[in-house]
Design a protein around this ligand. Structure first.
Ligand SMILES: [Zn+2]
Length: 408
């Protein structure tokens, strides 16, 4: 009898100890995560918020009820470095494409000026670190689609002078010199001019971004580029087999040359079941984007709101499954297992994609840090994933640029 009582006491006491110590540990991790997250450079390489800056109903400086990014939510989520994407539909080419890209660069720079208490333009890895040290948000710009240089390499140089730090070689459609992952190949990758563009990007210190390009364009860029490449907003095909994502072999080859894949939070890219359901409900991301662009007309700020509205409706109708934010961590972990912690980062596609449940906007970013800590990741690895990996690649591109510019 006594031994049974002793045993039951032992079981209860042991269970209670486990329970309370796990609560204690959980709180420690949450606090640890908060400190780590808010003392790190948290850099997101792809945000389509630029489109919203033209809208009269949107103000970057105040909390907006819709969309994914504004200064108050960036502060709340500890996001202190952001690449505003300069994007126009890939079917607009030549001088009108250049003009529209300039309109967008101007609207970003005007917002940096308007909100200079919070924001500062950054062109180098060092300037991103300086911004963080001063408690400011570093604003960077990336051109999303090589069609915006209007087939003129001098425009690329002008973009660099205006502060552009990366260029995605294509968007959804092929351009005159490169094949896209979501179009029928016509150039067998990059043309000779396309390869010349990559060389000039190296010379200018503009990161070569291979998100959106066909596999052959990726390998052409990898061969030509003297600096490591980035995928500014792509995820893993091993988890969701989408042409916008990267295969394990591509990730290994990208990493072997020092590059980074910045994980995209778009539900189709995160989750195979969602991708399949979305394609049977709408056709594809390209088809559905074409429809949305048609219905939004010239109001580019409406695209993200319309995209979210359609997604909500189809989910309510049971045509699309829910996708949980932890899928993002699964993709990060997949890359780390494949090539280590030096080659992965964050490229949300906020304001340009459909966000998973639980990561509805940039204010939720600390969850990712906490999840990685709970998985046993070291502080150092987490800081790399949050931003240092990308800063390392920027520094390498800056180094290559200095060497190439010194050549006569
Ligand atoms: Zn994109």
């Amino acid at each position: 009898m006594r031994s049974i009582r002793t045993l039951s006491c032992f079981v209860i006491c042991f269970t209670a100890t486990l329970f309370f110590s796990s609560i204690g540990r959980g709180d420690d991790i949450a606090e640890h995560a908060r400190k780590l997250h808010f003392s790190s450079v948290v850099l997101d390489t792809h945000d389509d918020t630029t489109q919203r800056l033209f809208s009269k109903s949107y103000d970057l400086g105040r909390r907006n009820p819709e969309g994914h990014v504004d200064i108050p939510r960036m502060r709340e989520g500890g996001m202190n470095a952001i690449f505003f994407s300069i994007w126009i539909d890939g079917r607009t080419m030549g001088p009108p494409a250049v003009q529209k890209a300039l309109d967008q660069i101007d609207v970003v720079l005007e917002n940096v000026r308007r909100y200079s208490t919070d924001l500062v333009l950054a062109r180098t890895a060092d300037e991103v670190r300086q911004a963080q040290a001063k408690g400011k948000i570093a604003v960077l710009m990336g051109i999303e689609g090589g069609h915006m240089i209007g087939n003129d390499i001098r425009i690329l140089r002008m973009f660099e002078a205006l502060g552009i730090r990366y260029m995605t070689l294509t968007h959804f459609y092929n351009n005159e010199w490169g094949d896209s992952s979501t179009d029928k190949p016509v150039h067998d990758g990059l043309t000779d001019f396309g390869k010349e563009v990559v060389r000039e990007m190296n010379r200018q210190g503009i990161l070569v971004d291979i998100s959106h390009v066909s596999d052959k364009s990726f390998y052409d860029a990898l061969e030509v580029s003297k600096a490591p490449l980035i995928a500014s907003h792509s995820s893993c095909r091993a988890i969701s087999n989408h042409p916008r994502n990267m295969s394990d072999q591509m990730i290994k080859d990208l990493a072997a040359k020092g590059g980074v894949i910045q994980i995209n939070y778009e539900k189709s890219f995160l989750d195979q079941a969602y991708k399949d359901a979305y394609e049977s409900a709408t056709g594809s991301v390209v088809v559905s984007m074409e429809e949305i662009l048609k219905s939004c007309g010239d109001d580019s700020g409406c695209v993200i709101l319309e995209m979210s509205r359609r997604d909500r409706l189809l989910t309510e109708q049971g045509k699309l499954p829910h996708v949980n934010w932890e899928k993002i961590v699964e993709h990060i972990d997949h890359v780390v297992r494949l090539v280590g912690s030096d080659h992965v980062g964050l490229g949300s596609d906020f304001d340009g994609a459909k966000m998973p449940d639980g990561l509805e906007d940039c204010s939720k970013l600390p969850k990712i840090t906490e999840a990685l800590l709970r998985k046993g990741y070291s502080e150092d690895d987490i800081r790399k994933i949050l931003g240092r990996n990308l800063l390392r690649v920027m520094e390498q591109a800056e180094h290559v640029s200095r060497a190439l510019r010194a050549e006569k």
